[in-house]
Design a protein around this ligand. Structure first.
Ligand SMILES: Cc1ncc(COP(=O)(O)O)c(C=O)c1O
Length: 446
């Protein structure tokens, strides 16, 4: 696969041009990467009005992911999510429907800020057991039941899969149900770009989703910020036609060409034997998980590249366990009172798995901690997210927050999943969850 963005920038860096354009470093190395950090000069194309090297590279990515159209983001999935939801709201309006989106309650805060910005209506979907704050197990049968019972169908269902703990939803089952009801399926696939490269793709584009947002930077060898918006071959045509407009609405006008080059070079990297390397690495992680289970651990098995340790089973709170790992210079992705999450990619190399197995064997197992974590909170929405976000607000201690309406999209349990949504009234369950996650003050509507 060719790398038109990298080729252009490299050639420009070698040309010794006198750079009388932005960025202000003028290509003079201070950090080291400056010669390759350019802006949208002649020949470099324009992100979101593309027709040259960026479009060519995006077409390579679309081919790789089996999408009708792939657009790059240099501002993470957060940007792709906002654009995806804007396109959906626009499509609903064009088809005479109200923009209602039914979303799994474990949505990342980017979804909520999009609701506030775009002003679509949200119907929250909870799993049967209400699970915990981070996972939300919506099965195809449950979704079918939920959609069948709604008096007004949403224009789209929005699912977060994989979730932060590595749980994945049955995207092909969910897409069949959605399409049976004439509803679109949108997937927050921020954690799942790599799913495309498993021996059999489990990426949302292969499983029937209409659009998805992938943080390439989370699971692929791409610089932080590099992400995709993918539009499927069966999605309404207007999505591909208007996706650049949608991205431009929320994006900076100064995209990072370092990140664009990273996305561009990933196309070549991923199309050159990556599937084989990933499959081999996946077997190594399966082996590590099996060895931990033999040692008395409980780990989630669902997702290939994540190791989620239920640390209370071995006598530690999640962050205590993360501290233990740190003593061995192992830095985890995420920890909270219940979990410690480690993320792998083949780039780490095989010996890291062996070293980690040895480290884990050295950490003493203690008596199980039995205290559980709070369920996902059900709260009454008394305002829309937009009304709440735009209302005058004040910060108060959590102890005085009962009955007040949350004004912020940022009151989250650790991986940025809102505990209460802005516009919702704070109840006792929410207060308990705030306490559990160490939240001591909140911004509420005045
Ligand atoms: C589930 C989920 N969705 C979306 C995002 C936002 O992705 P990004 O950081 O690439 O903007 C995150 C970030 O952690 C996430 O965990």
């Amino acid at each position: 696969m060719n790398t038109p963005i990298c080729d252009f920038v490299k050639k420009y860096a070698r040309s010794s041009a006198i750079r009388l354009h932005m960025p202000g470093h003028k290509g003079v190395p201070v950090l080291g990467a400056e010669p390759l950090d350019i802006t949208e000069i002649d020949g470099a194309d324009v992100l979101y009005s593309s027709g040259g090297i960026i479009r060519e590279s995006e077409e390579n990515a679309a081919k790789l992911f089996g999408a009708a159209r792939t657009v790059y983001s240099t501002e993470g999935s957060s940007l792709s999510i906002r654009a995806m939801l804007y396109l959906t709201a626009l499509y609903a309006k064009e088809n005479g429907k109200r923009p209602i989106i039914a979303a799994g309650r474990n949505a990342h805060k980017a979804f909520l800020s999009a609701a506030a910005l775009i002003d679509f209506e949200v119907v929250w979907l909870y799993s049967k057991t209400r699970g915990n704050m981070i996972s939300c197990d919506i099965t195809a049968a449950l979704l079918d039941e939920m959609l069948a019972s709604m008096t007004e169908l949403p224009c789209a269902v929005y699912i977060t899969s994989p979730n932060y703990l590595g749980g994945t939803a049955d995207i092909s089952g969910l897409s069949l149900v959605c399409h049976k009801h004439g509803v679109l399926l949108l997937v927050d696939n921020a954690h799942g770009a790599y799913l495309n490269f498993l021996s059999e793709s489990r990426h949302p584009m292969a499983l029937g989703a209409d659009m998805c947002a992938d943080s390439a930077h989370k699971t692929l060898p791409v610089l932080t910020g590099g992400a995709y918006l993918h539009i499927s071959k069966t999605a309404p045509h207007m999505f591909a036609e208007q996706c650049e407009r949608a991205m431009a609405l929320f994006a900076s006008t100064s995209p990072s060409y370092l990140i664009l080059q990273s996305l561009d070079s990933a196309n070549r990297y991923l199309s050159s034997g990556y599937r084989q390397r990933l499959c081999k690495y996946e077997r190594g992680i399966i082996g590590l998980k099996a060895s931990m289970i033999r040692h008395g651990y409980n780990v989630y098995q669902d997702e290939a590249l994540k190791l989620t340790i239920l640390t209370k089973m071995v006598g530690y709170l999640g962050h205590e366990y993360a501290q233990k790992l740190l003593e061995y210079n192992v830095v985890c992705e995420f920890s909270d009172p219940d979990y410690c999450v480690l993320m792998f990619t083949p780039e780490l190399g095989d010996d890291i798995l062996t070293r980690l197995e040895r480290v884990i064997a050295e950490i003493p197992i203690k008596d199980q901690i039995t205290a559980g974590s709070p369920h996902a909170v059900v709260s009454e929405a008394v305002m829309t997210p937009r009304e709440a976000m735009l209302s005058p607000s004040e910060v108060i201690p959590v102890s005085a927050a009962l009955g007040r309406v949350l004004a912020d999209v940022n009151v989250s349990c650790p991986p940025a999943i809102p505990i209460v949504m802005c516009g919702e009234q704070i109840g006792n369950d929410a207060l308990r969850a705030f306490e559990y996650y160490g939240i001591t003050s909140v911004r509420v509507v005045k």
